[in-house]
Design a protein around this ligand. Structure first.
Ligand code: FAD
Length: 512
């Protein structure tokens, strides 16, 4: 255990930061506290976190994407211990129901389709198959989708050339329990938690840097680096520093969520479900002890009562609480890092949880902050690089989420008609044009979602390219069809051999 309870030496020889204050103790605050306390192992730095029990946290946020494994691994967290403590389950992808059209469903899987067939991604070969008139769904070639549909799960096995070696997965968990778990981790490593409500943020008159925070109880807190994790309020980054916000609601018009937990009436599914409704969509996230549900909708096309009614009509078990409304504006902060303040989590921006990306964006912000830790001089070039990287990341995720709305074929409501006809960002339009004309997809600048994800949504919602990659024709036709059927059979057999999700949890990580 390392303790950092010391008076920080601001005149440190190498001018490094020795005093950090994290403001807010939701998932963002405690993820930042855990990661920073872990990386400041040998060189002491005072890390404190202030949060208000009275204000509380946003209280939602339960589905993740596979990169979160890296965050937990970096901290040395044991996977099964973490699942037990967070009522967690495993996630192989997201099922999208009624998105492409009514009565249409597809799964966006983690990991790849099929198996390696040479130079090209597998989806090019599937496009060749479809072009030849075959009606097989690409999901028949995906180990994640086949396992998900069978309610099966296991982590990847070290079996060369087997689909079982390609399993990629994430988690569903109770985010407040995850924050609690990380709080314990961070406090063990010396992070000091301060309970109190911030009444005022004081800026330095000379340069506008954050100087100190005044708490309601009269205490004042100063630091060198402030990490604003105060959620939608953006207490430092916006309310005090007026950093500005890019509003994306013309592309993503949903602005409200109504959320309610419900009883589990069956074994938890190893995937998230997203069901489109007439002015938005509903999530269903199975945890060990309950299911998280929420209806994300656009208040311009639907009122609160209607939205709540639709939510309650579409949950499986009985509701465990009164539904709770959460308002938001989709977009991002004009600067994520402004002077000596870095905003992380909901304080930095918001994209609806359609692809479970918010916790990932927290993780990504933290790892970029660690990579670009400033000196006490706060070099502008460091700040600029951070903002450039985060801006690109938010915009890539934004485009991928807009895609789901734009390529829907639904014509049954004003909301869907708006979405189908709205102009989209140029970066997304270029991707759509390229795919439609040639079946090509590229992962730009290491963006979060790769070709497999883009293909899953485009194909799943009925977008068909005019051509596919010519090199997919290199294999002679009979041989090609034989190989494709063989891959399909291997994938199906592998999925059949996996334990059920419930069996896996019971054997390794059931919550007590
Ligand atoms: P919060 O949880 O709001 O925490 C803010 C903290 O700041 C609290 O501790 C509060 O006490 C403190 N604070 C605020 N003001 C003061 C003050 N004046 N004084 C002292 N303390 C103060 N993400 C996913 O990855 N997957 C999902 O499935 C998902 N679903 C979501 C569904 C919805 C409807 C919404 C709105 C978000 C969802 N998210 C999801 C996002 C996820 O919930 C957040 O990214 C995550 O919880 C982080 O929140 P936060 O820590 O930034 O803010």
């Amino acid at each position: 255990m390392h303790t950092h309870e010391f008076a920080p030496d601001h005149s440190s020889e190498d001018n490094s930061i020795t005093d950090i204050l994290i403001v807010g103790g939701g998932t963002a605050g405690w993820m930042a506290a855990a990661a920073l306390s872990h990386v400041y192992k040998s060189k002491p730095c005072r890390i404190r976190l202030v949060e208000s029990d009275h204000i509380g946290t946003v209280g939602v946020g339960e589905a993740t994407i596979p990169v979160i494994q890296k965050f937990n691994q970096m901290l040395g967290i044991d996977e099964h211990d973490f699942i037990k403590h967070t009522q967690g389950t495993f996630k192989l992808g997201i099922e999208f129901v009624n998105w492409g059209s009514l009565d249409n469903a597809y799964i966006h899987p983690f990991g790849s389709y099929g198996m390696s067939m040479g130079y090209l991604s597998f989806y090019h070969y599937w496009l060749r198959l479809a072009d030849a008139g075959h009606t097989q769904n690409p999901g028949e070639f995906s180990i994640a989708i086949q396992a998900a549909l069978r309610g099966r799960f296991m982590p990847p096995a070290n079996i060369p050339n087997s689909p079982l070696s390609q399993i990629a997965y994430a988690y569903h968990f109770d985010a407040s329990l995850y924050a609690k778990y990380l709080r314990h981790f961070a406090q063990e490593r010396g992070v000091v938690r301060i309970e109190g409500e911030i009444a005022q943020v004081l800026l330095r008159s000379t340069d506008g840097f954050v100087d100190k925070l005044l708490l309601k109880n009269g205490e004042s807190l100063s630091a060198q680096l402030f990490i604003d994790c105060t959620g939608f309020r953006g207490l430092l980054i916006e309310q005090a520093m007026n950093t500005g916000y890019d509003d994306w609601s013309h592309w993503l018009p949903c602005d409200t969520a109504v959320a309610v937990p419900s009883h589990n009436i069956s074994e938890p599914r190893p995937y998230t479900r997203s069901t489109a409704h007439s002015a938005g969509w509903q999530w269903s996230i199975p945890l060990q002890h309950r299911t998280g549900n929420g209806h994300v909708f656009c208040s311009k096309y639907m009122d609160d009562e209607q939205a709540k009614k639709i939510l309650l009509e579409n949950i499986d078990g009985d509701a465990l609480a009164e539904p709770r409304f959460i308002r938001f504006k989709t977009g991002m902060r004009r600067k994520f890092w402004n002077k000596n303040c870095v905003a992380i989590g909901l304080a930095s921006g918001f994209l609806e949880p359609l692809e479970s990306t918010s916790i990932h964006l927290i993780q990504s912000s933290i790892s970029k902050l660690i990579a670009l830790l400033p000196t006490a001089d706060f070099e502008q070039s460091t700040i600029d690089k951070y903002n450039e990287l985060l801006t690109a990341e938010f915009m890539f995720v934004r485009d991928f989420i807009i895609l789901h709305y734009k390529v829907s074929q639904r014509t049954d409501s004003d909301f869907w008609n708006y979405c189908r006809h709205m102009p989209v960002p140029e970066s997304l339009q270029k991707k759509l044009d390229l795919y439609e004309s040639s079946g090509r997809l590229f992962r730009d600048n290491n963006e979060l979602f790769d070709e497999v994800s883009w293909f899953a949504v485009m194909q799943g919602q009925g977008l068909r390219p005019r051509h596919y990659h010519p090199l997919a024709n290199q294999v002679e036709a009979n041989e090609f069809h034989r190989i494709m059927q063989e891959i399909k059979a291997v994938v199906q057999r592998a999925a059949d051999a996996m334990p059920t999700h419930a069996e896996y949890i019971a054997a390794h990580c059931a919550a007590s």
